[in-house]
Design a protein. Structure first.
Length: 129
């Protein structure tokens, strides 16, 4: 199901405010790596914000995710202070790991493996080089 216009607007505003909050709360550099918000998705009723975190060179991604889950009420409180005039209800924050980069690297590796296995890849369709 596609997101509505209001869902996208709220998600964009929340992402912007969370980026500022992460900088203020020193949450962008965690466990020797960088944390950024890959995307924010809102449920249709706007009661839950699903925040997908992109982690770069983090030693233990699950530990970082747990840290964000533990801090979610504090982050939500700060978000509420910033957005109290824009939203009636501040949504619950649910954090997830964004695995898009892992998926891209996996696909690239598979394509490279296929290229290595097929020695006739550069030849024409009729078998002539």
């Amino acid at each position: 199901m596609t997101e509505g216009k209001r869902q996208k607007q709220v998600a964009n505003e929340i992402a912007k405010e969370l980026n500022d909050l992460f900088l203020k709360m020193s949450l962008t550099m965690v466990d020797g790596g960088m944390v950024s918000i890959a995307s924010v998705k809102m449920t249709p009723d706007l009661y839950e914000a699903r925040i997908y975190l992109s982690l770069f060179q983090v030693k233990d991604p699950q530990a970082v995710l747990e840290k964000f889950k533990e801090l979610s009420s504090e982050i939500r409180g700060e978000l509420g202070k910033r957005m109290r005039h824009q939203l009636r209800i501040i949504p619950q924050l649910t954090f997830y790991l964004d695995d898009t980069l892992d998926y891209v690297f996996k696909i690239e590796k598979l394509l490279d493996d296929i290229k290595k296995q097929d020695p006739h890849q550069d030849s024409g369709k009729d078998g002539q080089p």
